[in-house]
Design a protein around this ligand. Structure first.
Ligand code: ZN
Length: 533
């Protein structure tokens, strides 16, 4: 393939030695020049194809450091019902009722995305709600954060969950206080027995993944860190890679339960292909603030006995951290509450004493609640924060109600302090939790915070690396991608406007015109205006 020059543009490189330029030259999958139009002509030769950017802005392709692509795709392809917009249990019932009419008896109905904060009834749906509309199909609907699910009576029966079933470690089977019968509301690990019964074919998952990939490249993403990928998901990603249909880079976080198998195979972080890599070992350590299951040092508002839950004991966590670290794995520990983050850092600190490693890049996923001490410990230990700015939306009741305004304002989503102290911060969406994969909206949220705790506001200049070079760093790829520099992979995004120039509350409105991965156009607005399916 000949060289291509993107000329007459506004190139924001994120390379501090040359922050802006007017043109880029690429050949095959690599960037071969960054400079003026004339300079690029001499780098790329007179036969290079020239694309006139007409003043548009070019950035390194965006990255999402924490996303659940296949689950989102299952919703986009309607395999899983999308109930994120439901505002009452009645609405959810109507959606499930319609699906039950289409489905053969006995086949599973699954849905995702309800949230008690949003529901008029302010409680999770229960088995009796679901029995009413789908008596002959097992039903499971998960909440937006995947920490609580509601199932009907048939699902409970199939999973063998009854009056006498005890709650598993790290989870809770809600029971009716009068009869002792399970209500159909299952928390955290209590849902595992149900999840094991629900299966999708590889082809179903591939279809779903294709939907999600289309959306991702449409939003300018060229790289994603997929946050919880077990055996079938890994196989599906590989099938897509083999078919040459994996349109962007995927870095897999593998559930800790699979660590023994990876260790048997001698694999560790970084194994794979530039498009598809085994990344971190993902450990789920607590729940969420909204569900009042994140592990806190001080109790939840109005619940003096509730400190949330840790899904692992300190020794269990240490066992995983130690095995993974010593085998060369990066760790990605889901820890939202301040107590969970404290426990996670204890484990990391202990293992680093036993086996020091400077460049481990262990990460705390979410890292939502941080006091100053936790932040300085993260810096001292070299632990990264993987945050989701898009959660700071216009409605932050999910944080204010469980924590109280003062604590939420003081401790939550402290990007500014993290950066000031010197913690590396990368950002993602956690889609399809209640959010969007649009990185520009994420940047807007990090910068404006919709008015919330403005002392932790950051600038656009600080937010851009969180969605580009810092994400590359978080997957050990900063030499390969994440900024526009000669020799790096040509992963680029062309935008209608400059995020550094538009009003901060308009960043999310910026249009993605072209997305390029490995030097190839994977999305362009002109060609893909019509949905492909
Ligand atoms: Zn997640």
């Amino acid at each position: 393939m000949g060289a291509v020059i993107f000329a007459n543009g506004n190139v924001i490189t994120l390379d501090p030695s040359k922050p802006r330029s007017g043109a880029i030259a690429i050949r095959d999958s690599r960037i071969i020049g960054v400079g003026t139009d004339e300079e690029m002509l001499s780098v790329a030769g007179k036969n290079a194809k020239v694309i006139d950017l007409d003043g548009r802005t070019v950035l390194p392709g965006f990255a999402d450091s924490h996303v659940h692509l296949i689950e989102y795709g299952l919703m986009l392809s309607s395999t899983i019902l999308d109930i994120r917009e439901a505002r009452s249990i009645e609405e959810i019932k109507e959606i499930v009722r319609r699906r039950a009419r289409e489905k053969p008896k006995g086949s599973w109905i699954t849905g995702h995305g309800w949230s008690t904060t949003d529901l008029a009834e302010k409680r999770p749906p229960n088995r009796w709600d679901l029995d009413e509309v789908a008596p002959n199909n097992p039903v499971m609907i998960t909440d937006s954060g995947w920490h609580v699910c509601s199932v009907n009576s048939l699902a409970l029966r199939l999973a063998g969950i009854g009056k006498d079933t005890e709650s598993p470690l790290g989870g809770k089977i809600d029971k009716d206080p009068d009869t002792g019968e399970p209500t159909g509301v299952l928390r955290e690990t209590a849902a595992t027995r149900i999840e094991q019964l629900i299966t999708h074919s590889d082809e179903e998952l591939i279809t779903a993944l294709n939907y999600a990939l289309d959306e991702a490249v449409r939003l300018g993403l060229t790289s994603v860190h997929c946050a919880w990928e077990g055996a079938q998901h890994i196989r599906v990603f590989q099938k897509l890679l083999m078919r040459d249909e994996l349109s962007l880079r995927v870095y897999l976080m593998i559930p800790a339960s699979l660590l023994p198998h990876l260790l048997d195979l001698g694999l560790y972080t970084g194994f794979g292909d530039p498009k598809l890599k085994i990344g971190a070992i993902k450990v789920l350590l607590d729940g969420t603030i909204e569900r009042r299951t994140a592990a806190l040092t001080q109790p939840y508002e109005g619940e003096p006995d509730n400190l949330g839950i840790l899904t692992l004991s300190e020794e269990e966590l240490y066992d995983i951290v130690s095995k993974a670290h010593k085998a060369g794995f990066q760790l990605a520990i889901h820890a939202i509450g301040d107590r969970a983050i404290h426990v996670a850092l204890d484990s990391i600190e202990r293992v680093l004493k036993e086996k020091p490693k400077v460049d481990h890049r262990h990460r705390i996923e979410h890292a939502s609640m941080l006091d100053d001490e936790l932040i300085s410990r993260m810096r001292n230990l070299g632990v990264m924060a993987s945050v989701q700015p898009v959660f700071i939306g216009s409605n932050i009741d999910w944080m204010l109600e469980p924590l109280g305004c003062k604590r939420a304002t003081e401790l939550c989503e402290r990007y500014r302090t993290l950066l000031d102290v010197g913690v590396k911060v990368t950002a993602g969406s956690d889609l399809p939790a209640d959010s969007t994969m649009n990185p520009l909206l994420g940047i807007q949220s990090a910068v404006t915070r919709h008015g919330f705790a403005l002392k932790e506001r950051i600038t656009v200049e600080q937010a851009l690396p969180m969605y580009t070079i810092n994400s590359a760093y978080a997957s050990f790829e900063e030499e390969l991608r994440g900024s526009i520099e000669v020799g790096k992979l040509a992963d680029l995004v062309v935008l209608s406007d400059d995020p550094l120039a538009v009003p901060t509350d308009k960043i999310g409105d910026i249009r993605v015109d072209i997305t390029i991965v490995d030097g190839e156009v994977v999305y362009s607005r002109e060609h893909f205006q019509q949905p492909r399916r």
